[in-house]
Design a protein around this ligand. Structure first.
Ligand SMILES: [Zn+2]
Length: 66
């Protein structure tokens, strides 16, 4: 049985490239979040990842040159 993975943000089915990038967060949430004590399994497609990066005040991207 294959389960299609979807982007939690936009609901799009993740394609091959999205899966290769694997923009996902899997962890138990601790204090400081309204979801503390819950488990998070979040996946993003490449488009939503790009949007998220653009919204960041401090870019998490380290650009590789050469
Ligand atoms: Zn998405």
């Amino acid at each position: 049985m294959t389960q299609n993975l979807i982007c939690n943000h936009c609901g799009k089915e993740l394609d091959f490239f999205d899966l290769q990038n694997d923009f996902s967060i899997h962890k138990r949430i601790g204090y400081g979040s309204v979801h503390d004590g819950d488990d998070v399994h979040m996946r993003l497609c490449s488009d939503c990842f790009d949007k998220l990066v653009e919204e960041c005040e401090v870019s998490p991207i380290e650009e590789m040159d050469g």
